[in-house]
Design a protein around this ligand. Structure first.
Ligand SMILES: Nc1ncnc2c1ncn2[C@@H]1O[C@H](COP(=O)(O)OP(=O)(O)OP(=O)(O)O)[C@@H](O)[C@H]1O
Length: 240
């Protein structure tokens, strides 16, 4: 569903190798966590997957569509929730949602039902009529999440999605991730919250200095580590 092979990206004419020949495969029905210390290469990887950065080498297939050969079709296969919220602040929440639904060609009835469901779930019904410029960080995160869910993507890609969400919204997002996976869709997200990754993810990859240093289920990762304990201990041991 999301297949990454030999993906590589350098900045500053090759001086900083941010991502160095990484491979991973997110299967249908899987929640896949992407972990790593600050500056490890997570956001660079995600930006290549969603088409915001051009890889130096490697391939990215989203739902069997190569994102360099057919970028438009590849973009129809996923939704992306970035870690910064560079959205149209002058729009009202509702206007932004209609814009997103238009971009993805979501029909009138379908968008109405999805908006009703997700605005209620994230307690944004009233705020949807206010300009996004008046929103808190968490509210911006929620409107971006709702916009990303409207076209019911096969692959849901999120960069640090829990940051700024209150406990209830964070819980609801985790439940939504599980629901999507039960429907055979995939979720790929980066996080620094190891407890969330440990509880939620079917599989995890740990990236450090641009290279994937461990990958697998929690059981498999524990098998690789000296300390057969928490993901936190495994993470600290592998990235030290
Ligand atoms: N636009 C850029 N120009 C030059 N170097 C960059 C640029 N963006 C990222 N880098 C460098 O690439 C490396 C990987 O950065 P990246 O943002 O992908 O890491 P990250 O794992 O997402 O980090 P964090 O957890 O801190 O968000 C770092 O060394 C970073 O300094």
């Amino acid at each position: 569903m999301l297949k990454i092979e030999k993906l590589t990206k350098s900045y500053g004419s090759g001086k900083v190798k941010a991502v160095d020949h990484i491979d991973f495969h997110v299967k249908p029905g899987e929640i896949f966590g992407f972990l790593g210390p600050n500056g490890a290469g997570k956001t660079t990887t995600i930006k290549m997957i969603v088409g915001l950065l051009k890889p130096d080498e490697g391939t990215i297939r989203i739902n069997d569509v190569d994102n360099q050969e057919d970028p438009l079709e590849a973009k129809r296969q996923f939704s992306y929730v970035p870690d910064d919220h560079e959205i149209f602040e002058k729009l009202k929440g509702m206007e932004y949602l209609h814009f997103m639904a238009d971009v993805y060609g979501v029909g009138t009835e379908e968008r109405k039902a999805a908006m009703e469901r997700y605005l209620k779930l994230f307690e944004m019904e009233k705020a949807a009529n206010d300009p996004i410029s008046s929103y808190s960080h968490g509210m911006k995160q929620k409107i971006v999440l709702i916009g990303a869910l409207l076209h019911d993507p096969q692959v849901f890609i999120l960069d640090e999605p829990m940051v700024g969400l209150d406990p209830k919204s964070s819980y609801n997002l985790k439940e939504l991730m599980k629901e999507r996976c039960a429907q055979g869709k995939s979720v790929f997200f980066s996080t620094h919250v190891l407890e969330v990754a440990e509880k939620l993810c079917d599989r995890i990859a740990i990236i450090n200095k641009g290279k994937i240093i461990a990958q697998g289920t929690m059981v498999e990762l524990k098998g690789d580590a000296k300390e057969k304990e928490s993901l936190e201990k495994i993470f600290l041991e592998l990235t030290e």
